[in-house]
Design a protein around this ligand. Structure first.
Ligand code: ZN
Length: 437
């Protein structure tokens, strides 16, 4: 009889485990499991605050947000949580691209603003670990809709914030009208350009961009400025701009400017891969052979990008060659501003044709390392500092009450930032992002 009972208990235990396993594979929680409650255990955890990584961490997510996080000795796994064993892995916050574009690009075309295409891009960013994109210009009403519906624990694609149409105006009056229209549309940022196309175009005058900044601030909206030259960056900062959307590329910034950028913590977004994209297709770029790139690449597009005519055009383009020659200055400015305590906001300007969303973010990380930033500095620029740069306090770090947006890596990115490419899974609001196939 006793023997029989033990046998039955053992049998029950096996049956229970089987149900548990089936539930894990089928997705329906068994009795005792709390819906929306997950505990990620055993990993090394980089929380994005700049603190030392936590070994053997417990990260508890309830209904999309972080309930508790810390070492296993201090944080217990709540009853009913789905356990995800991540021993040997590293967790870091999802990357935030503070200057991307989620718009009409499909291959070389730029006019497909369908919701399907926008969601495709947000899925692509997500699979590469970019869990938030600040789309700086060219955004329409469909993007507003997507932005409005993402405050949900069911989210499993990248978060989107938008600037709407870029402000293009000849007079302060015109500029104010466009800012008001964008504000009414519900944008998160106002974007303007101060650029003479290397001497080939008319640059927005200080009078006009001052009107843009003033009007945007009336609506409490931050202004991001595209610029190329140090002189313009200095003037924009003096005019109270909130975000420098590219590297200073013409000359090295002086100490006074670096001190000012540091004191005011105005985000500086390097977009080094934007520079690379301008000249990269003058020949077949090395990354075309990278399996991590080919995972998502459209082979037909790669062929089109490097057709002989196109490559020759880039080789002969004065502007493309200017940007190529000035990339080094951009990288030296990045290092000087980073060392000087400026707020470096990770950003790539991906989205337009040939600027590959998701993959280029990983190349940008490598270029920031090449510029001389440490892995921790680079990670901070893509997590806590990026969140700060776009005015979000509910993402960017893995701390209690923030959204559960994070990446699971096979290798430690603090050892080598290229380990960002060893993504095993991406989680947004605690939901696993589906792989491509
Ligand atoms: Zn841009």
């Amino acid at each position: 009889m006793t023997h029989y009972r033990i046998g039955l208990q053992a049998h029950n235990a096996i049956a229970f485990l089987t149900v548990l396993l089936l539930a894990v594979t089928c997705g329906s929680p068994p009795a005792g499991r709390v819906e929306g409650l997950k505990a990620f255990v055993g990993a090394r955890l980089i929380d994005g605050t700049g603190a030392d990584p936590i070994n053997d961490a417990v990260l508890v997510i309830r209904d999309g947000r972080i309930e508790s996080v810390g070492p296993a000795t201090q944080v217990s796994v709540p009853e009913g949580a789905l356990l995800v064993d991540l021993r040997g892995r590293t967790i870091m916050p999802g990357m935030i691209n503070t200057h991307g574009h989620v718009g009409g690009t499909r291959g070389l075309k730029t006019d497909d603003f369908s919701e399907e295409n926008l969601l495709r891009q947000l899925g692509l960013y997500a699979r590469y670990g970019v869990t938030t994109v600040n789309s700086l210009g060219g955004d329409g009403l469909l993007s507003v809709g997507l932005r409005n519906e993402q405050e949900t624990s069911a989210l499993d694609r990248s978060r989107l914030f938008i600037a709407g149409p870029v402000v293009v105006a000849d007079t302060p009056e015109q500029a104010r009208i466009i800012v008001s229209e964008n504000a009414a549309m519900g944008v998160d940022f106002i974007k303007l350009r101060v650029d003479d196309g290397l001497g080939s175009a008319k640059k927005m005058s200080p009078q006009v961009y001052k009107a843009v900044i003033e009007k945007a601030h009336e609506y409490d909206l931050p202004v991001a400025a595209h610029m190329v030259y140090l002189e313009d960056a200095e003037a924009l900062v003096a005019a109270d701009v909130d975000f420098l959307a590219h590297s200073i590329r013409d000359e090295l910034a002086g100490d006074d400017f670096i001190d000012l950028m540091s004191a005011r913590q105005i985000p500086y977004c390097p977009t080094l891969m934007r520079e690379v994209s301008v000249f990269a297709y003058e020949s077949i770029p090395e990354f075309f052979h990278d399996p991590y790139f080919k995972l998502e690449a459209d082979l037909e597009l790669l062929e089109q990008l490097t057709l002989p005519d196109r490559s020759a055009q880039i080789k002969n383009s004065e502007s493309a060659q200017w940007y190529k020659a000035h990339l080094e200055i951009a990288m030296r400015n990045l290092k000087a501003l980073s060392d000087g305590g400026a707020l470096i906001a990770f950003g790539t300007d991906t989205g337009p044709p040939g600027r590959f969303q998701g993959y280029f973010e990983h190349l940008e990380l490598s270029m920031m390392a090449e510029a001389g930033m440490s892995p921790m500095e680079i990670i901070l620029s893509a997590t806590r500092n990026a969140a700060k740069a776009i005015g979000r306090d509910d993402i960017g770090t893995l701390e209690s009450t923030k959204w559960g947006d994070f990446i699971v890596l096979a290798e430690n990115p603090l050892m080598d930032i290229e380990n960002s490419r060893t993504i095993e899974s991406v989680w947004i609001a605690g939901n696993k992002v589906a792989s491509k196939r």
